[in-house]
Design a protein around this ligand. Structure first.
Ligand SMILES: Nc1ncnc2c1ncn2[C@@H]1O[C@H](COP(=O)(O)OP(=O)(O)OP(=O)(O)O)[C@@H](O)[C@H]1O
Ligand SMILES: [Mg+2]
Length: 247
């Protein structure tokens, strides 16, 4: 496995990828959502995934995170073949190493902000008092001091997204997967959420894979890839040539 991985490293980086995939194919019935995708994601980078609606971006994210069944292909995390793990092992990997933020609706509506954020810590077996303390300090870092007792429905969209980011970061994931995390926000709130997210990711060394339609959001990333019709075009040259990326 490691031989195979060494031979397939990206040619324009000397680092070793934290997460990579080779020849990913995923279909839903007759729809081929991914048609042979290779991606390398390097430790600490913020990678934007762009491309038209229906092109396979979310499917790629789910495949990389190990939550969708592959037709063929391999996903390698930290040198290990994730596709060879059992479902229970993959789920343990997700809990310990991956964080997720989605477009909306991911907060539990009946739990306060601080309870939402402390949930992953409680699931990981951290005692309640310590979990609540850590959750509070993440809310403070995200500019939400004083919002701990609010329910998601009592906050603005941008505030709720920052709670979701706090919840995704609270147990120090190695990789944060974000699927259009600012897609439901106005441009100012989106800008704030992106600045917060990228600042925190860079301060903590967290790798971020973020799907976005918004070039201003992508501008916060270190690198963009484009997914089109189930295939990936990598790199800034391909990006500048892509004339039909949604604005
Ligand atoms: N659960 C599913 N069942 C059937 N088809 C699906 C399913 N999920 C995705 N697809 C199909 O796979 C293709 C890729 O979908 P995907 O959600 O990955 O696109 P996307 O790039 O994330 O689009 P968007 O920007 O609209 O979110 C689409 O043709 C979609 O209809
Ligand atoms: Mg999508």
């Amino acid at each position: 496995m490691s031989m195979e991985m060494d031979m397939s490293l990206g040619c324009n980086s000397s680092g070793v990828p934290l997460l990579s995939c080779r020849n990913l194919r995923v279909s839903f019935g007759v729809t081929e959502a991914l048609r042979g995708v290779d991606v390398d994601i390097y430790p600490g980078e913020v990678l934007a995934v762009m491309g038209p609606s229906g092109s396979g971006k979310s499917t790629l994210l789910h495949a990389l995170a190990g939550v969708v069944k592959l037709d063929t292909g391999t996903v390698t995390y930290n040198g290990s073949d994730v596709t060879a793990l059992s479902e229970a092992e993959r789920s343990a990997l997700r809990l310990s190493a991956f964080g997720f933020v989605f477009q909306f609706g991911q907060l539990l509506p009946d739990l306060s902000a601080v309870d939402n954020v402390s949930l992953p810590l409680l699931l990981a077996g951290i005692p309640r008092r310590r979990a609540l303390q850590q959750a509070k300090s993440w809310l403070d870092r995200l500019g939400l001091a004083g919002f701990g007792d609010k329910l998601p429905g009592e906050m603005s969209g941008g505030q709720a997204q920052r709670v979701a980011i706090a919840r995704a970061l609270v147990n120090a994931p190695k990789i944060l997967f974000a699927d259009e995390p600012t897609g439901s926000l106005d441009s100012l709130a989106a800008e704030n959420v992106m600045l917060t997210l990228t600042d925190l990711a860079r301060a903590t060394g967290t790798t971020v894979v973020i799907i976005t339609h918004d070039p201003r959001t992508a501008a916060h990333a270190d690198r963009e890839i484009i997914v089109r019709d189930g295939l990936v075009t990598s790199g800034s040259v391909a990006f500048s040539q892509a004339s039909d990326v949604p604005q």
